[in-house]
Design a protein around this ligand. Structure first.
Ligand SMILES: [Zn+2]
Length: 93
C-alpha cells in the first residue's frame, strides 16, 4: 500500500476523481431528495389536497368540500351531501 501513496499522482487525475465524486454525490443527493420528496408530496396531497366527506366518507378535493359548523364539530361535506347538511340547519362556514 505504501507504493500507492509514494507514487506521484498527477493533478489531472485528482481533479478527475474529484469531479467524478462530485457528480456521483450530486446524483445521490438528487436521487435521495427526489425519493424523499415524492412520498412526502403524496402524503401532503392526500391530507391537504384531498379530504374525506364527513357524511359519505368519499375522498374529494379539499376545494370541493363545504364546511358547516355543527352543534359539536365542524363537518366538511362534498357537493352531493351539501343538501343533507343544509337540512340539518348547520351554519355554513
Ligand atoms: Zn359526501
Amino acid at each position: 500500500m505504501s507504493g500507492l501513496f509514494s507514487s506521484p499522482v498527477s493533478p489531472v487525475v485528482i481533479i478527475g476523481v474529484l469531479l467524478l465524486a462530485a457528480a456521483l454525490f450530486g446524483i445521490l443527493l438528487r436521487k435521495r431528495s427526489r425519493s424523499a420528496n415524492r412520498p412526502f408530496g403524496r402524503r401532503s396531497t392526500s391530507t391537504l389536497g384531498r379530504q374525506s366527506c364527513s357524511y359519505c366518507r368519499r375522498k374529494v378535493p379539499a376545494k370541493e368540500l363545504t364546511f358547516y359548523a355543527g352543534p359539536s364539530k365542524v363537518v366538511g361535506v362534498c357537493r352531493q351531501c351539501r343538501p343533507q347538511a343544509e337540512r340539518q340547519a348547520l351554519m355554513r362556514l
